[in-house]
Design a protein. Structure first.
Length: 222
């Protein structure tokens, strides 16, 4: 039995959400650099699927638009009340009681934190932990951004690639999650490239995708 009161647990969860060291603004800038960097390498798995592949300016403009629509959706998002969310998201059969409690308390903390930040740009104060606690990406940000991208004639394959990469970055198992959610994109990218080169030269991971062709070139962004 926990020795902490419900109020103390909630306070700790709010603190945890606030301690994200990378906010959505930065993550999307990183993803812009990553996706355009990959396109710039002319990797056929990326740029080759874009209908405007030969127009770098058009590709970059559409990539920027993808990020802008996600930001706009996030900064204007709403949350269900704690009670509404709990009812709309019943406990999974294979979810333990402890896991269910964590889901509920994390969401309650997110609702509280959003209220505290009312009037501010959420994208400059909230990050990956908040997105995971609320499930906002699939429930709200992705569909809203997708509609905006379609209305603005953003290349469909560019939006699919960009949004898929962002969704994957919310998973710890995604190989480039640390790159997208990095406080220093260039430093993290160089470190990852160096590790892959070292592993390749030492023969480690011969059957793994060590020398990834989709390593982006370094693209400076402000």
């Amino acid at each position: 039995m926990s020795s902490f009161s419900a109020e103390e647990i909630l306070t700790e969860k709010v603190k945890y959400l606030m301690e994200d060291d990378v906010y959505l603004d930065t993550a999307l800038k990183n993803l812009i650099a990553k996706v355009f960097g990959i396109y710039s390498t002319q990797d056929s798995t990326v740029g080759g699927s874009f209908s405007n592949n030969n127009d770098a300016q058009a590709v970059y403009r559409d990539i920027m638009s993808c990020a802008r629509f996600i930001l706009r959706a996030f900064n204007s998002h709403s949350l269900l009340s704690y009670e509404e969310w709990a009812e709309a998201n019943p406990q999974d059969e294979d979810n333990t009681a402890d896991a269910r409690f964590d889901d509920l308390i994390n969401y309650k903390a997110a609702v509280f934190l959003k209220g505290k930040l009312e009037g501010k740009k959420y994208s400059q104060s909230l990050g990956r932990r908040y997105l995971l606690a609320t499930g906002l990406w699939k429930s709200q940000l992705l569909p809203v951004a997708q509609l905006a991208a379609a209305a603005s004639n953003v290349e469909e394959n560019i939006f699919i690639y960009f949004s898929t990469e962002f969704g994957l970055s919310l998973q710890d198992s995604f190989v480039d999650a640390d790159l997208v959610w990095s406080s220093d994109f260039q430093k993290t990218l160089k470190e990852k490239q160096m590790k892959r080169l070292q592993a390749q030269s030492s023969g480690v991971g011969a059957n793994m995708d060590i020398a990834r062709k989709d390593d982006p070139q370094i693209v400076t962004h402000e």
